[in-house]
Design a protein around this ligand. Sequence first.
Ligand code: B16
Ligand code: MG
Length: 239
Amino acid sequence: MAASGGVVVQFKTLLYTARMSQRLQGFIFDLDGVVVFTDKYHYLGWKRLADTQGWHLDETIGHQLRGVSRIPALEVILEHNGVTVSEDEKHRLADIKNEYYKAFLRDINEDDLYPGAVEFVERVRELGMKTALASASKNAEAVLEALRLAHLFDAVVTGNDITRSKPDPQVFLTAAERFGVEPSRCVVFEDAYSGIEAAHNAGMQAVGVGDPARLPNASLCMTDYSELSLEDIIERGLE
Ligand code: B16
Ligand code: MG
């Protein structure tokens, strides 16, 4: 009994040492545009608001809204249009956009999932990594629930848990704290320029999800999860 107990202890020590030598231990996923194509519905919600107000909004401006919290996103659109409104009016307009967005959410289904994302998160978990969902969206829980994704994550941080918009690192630092991994051992998957900045501001590495031309600040960019060599990333990080 004593001998087999000793073997178990040695095995656990070996496993622990192997884990500690790994560069990464925590994988943090943004939601909109990374796990689910709800980024499209955010854009269409803003576009509908802009059209009703007679404001210009195109996809180039739309990309600047990625990852940006609700009121700051509205302020980007107002600034592009040279429009000034009161704080109360900003909240009224943002509420209207949110209703448009929620109407799109009523119909979301598995076709809205980013191909390969769920399988990728499952593999990450099988390899013993901690996983977190970190989104600026106050609607993130509703999306996770509608698509039954919550079980994939050890921690979930949403727009309801944070007070500062990306590029502030708050959303990612909160995720790291919740799943108990040092920020320097975390990697963030992000579709937003501001989100990559936020990851770097948190002292984390970042994989850009989307066109590298719009994510020049990411050290690695991809559009297909099956392109990534997960074991290499875990051992060596992105450098
Ligand atoms: P809500 P993410 C972000 O989510 C979206 O990219 C961004 O377009 C949106 O304005 C923001 O959430 C706030 O969303 O209005 O639903 O609270 O990309 O951080 O998952
Ligand atoms: Mg996003």
